[in-house]
Design a protein around this ligand. Structure first.
Ligand SMILES: Nc1ncnc2c1ncn2[C@@H]1O[C@H](COP(=O)(O)OP(=O)(O)O)[C@@H](O)[C@H]1O
Ligand SMILES: [Mg+2]
Length: 247
C-alpha cells in the first residue's frame, strides 16, 4: 500500500466512495447512505427466508428506525449492511457501492466499510474481549493504525462521553448490563463512523441510561452523521425523531 493510500485509509472524507481497488469508484449517493433493492436472504437450513424482496433507503444525516416484530429480519438487515452475510437476491449499497463478497475480499475497501459503518450488536458481550475498558476502546483505533496520541485522544474522549472514565481499569465482563452497552457503543464511536447502526439498543437500559443514549444519538445526528436503529421500541424511535421503516 502506498503512503497516500495509507493516509486515505486513516482519514476517509465523508464524500469518499467505498470502492474496490480495481474498479472505477462509484459516485456517492447524495440522498441515501444505504439502499436495499429487492433484497432476499435465507439462513442456511432455514425453512423460510429471513428477508424477502426488501427495499428501503436510509437518508444521510438523519435518524432512521428499522421497526417490526421479533423475527421480521431487522438484525439480519443490519448484518447484510455490514457485509457479515450477503443477499441471495438483490443489492445492498452503502454510499452507492454494492456491499458483496467481492467488496469484502478487497482489504482496503473492507477496511473503509468497517470505518465508515459501525454496528453495536444486540448483545454487547459478543463485542467485548479486552482485559480492560480502556484497552477495549483503544483497540479499534489501534487496529486502524492511528498514531498513539490520536488513539489516546479518542479513548479519553469516548471514556468521558459515555461516563466510563472511572471504570477504565475494570474488566468489561465485570461491568453491569447498562455499562457493557455503553462500553460497546464507546468502542464503535471511537472509530469515527459516518453511519452508526444499533441493534435493539434500549434493551435492559434504566431510565437514566435511556435518556443519555437518546441525547447522544440526537447530538450525533445534529453533527451531520447518520443513525440507523433496529428497534421494536416505538417511544425510542419517536424520542430520536427517527423516520420509521417497517420490515
Ligand atoms: N443464525 C440464524 N440461523 C437461522 N435462522 C435465523 C438466524 N438468525 C435469525 N434467524 C431467523 O431469521 C428470521 C429473522 O430474524 P432476525 O433478523 O433476528 O429478526 P429480528 O431482528 O427482527 O427479530 C427469524 O425467523 C429468525 O428465526
Ligand atoms: Mg433482532
Amino acid at each position: 500500500m502506498s503512503q497516500d493510500e495509507t493516509k486515505r485509509d486513516l482519514s476517509p472524507s465523508p464524500d469518499e466512495p467505498l470502492s474496490c481497488a480495481d474498479e472505477t469508484p462509484v459516485a456517492p449517493d447524495q440522498g441515501a447512505i444505504v439502499r436495499f433493492e429487492g433484497v432476499s436472504f435465507a439462513y442456511a437450513g432455514a425453512a423460510a427466508p429471513a428477508l424477502r424482496d426488501v427495499s428501503f433507503e436510509v437518508p444521510r444525516g438523519q435518524a432512521t428506525a428499522l421497526m417490526g416484530p421479533n423475527g421480521s429480519g431487522k438484525s439480519t438487515a443490519l448484518r447484510l449492511l455490514l457485509g457479515l452475510d450477503h443477499p441471495s437476491a438483490g443489492t445492498v449499497r452503502v454510499d452507492g457501492q454494492v456491499v458483496d463478497a467481492a467488496l469484502l475480499r478487497d482489504p482496503a475497501a473492507a477496511k473503509r466499510l468497517r470505518q465508515r459503518v459501525g454496528l453495536v450488536f444486540q448483545d454487547p458481550e459478543t463485542q467485548l474481549f479486552c482485559p480492560s475498558v480502556e484497552q477495549e476502546i483503544a483497540f479499534g483505533p489501534q487496529q486502524m493504525g492511528l498514531p498513539a496520541d490520536e488513539v489516546a485522544r479518542r479513548t479519553e474522549d469516548c471514556l468521558a462521553l459515555f461516563g466510563l472514565t472511572e471504570l477504565r481499569g475494570r474488566a468489561p465482563w465485570r461491568l453491569s448490563g447498562g455499562e457493557k452497552r455503553r462500553c460497546a457503543l464507546a468502542c464503535v464511536v471511537s472509530l469515527g463512523p459516518e453511519l452508526l447502526c444499533l441493534d435493539e439498543p434500549t434493551n435492559g437500559l434504566d431510565e437514566g441510561s435511556y435518556g443519555q443514549l437518546v441525547s447522544f444519538l440526537r447530538a450525533f445526528v445534529a453533527s451531520g452523521k447518520t443513525v440507523l436503529v433496529a428497534t421494536h421500541d416505538r417511544a425510542f424511535a419517536q424520542a430520536l425523531g427517527a423516520r420509521e421503516l417497517r420490515l
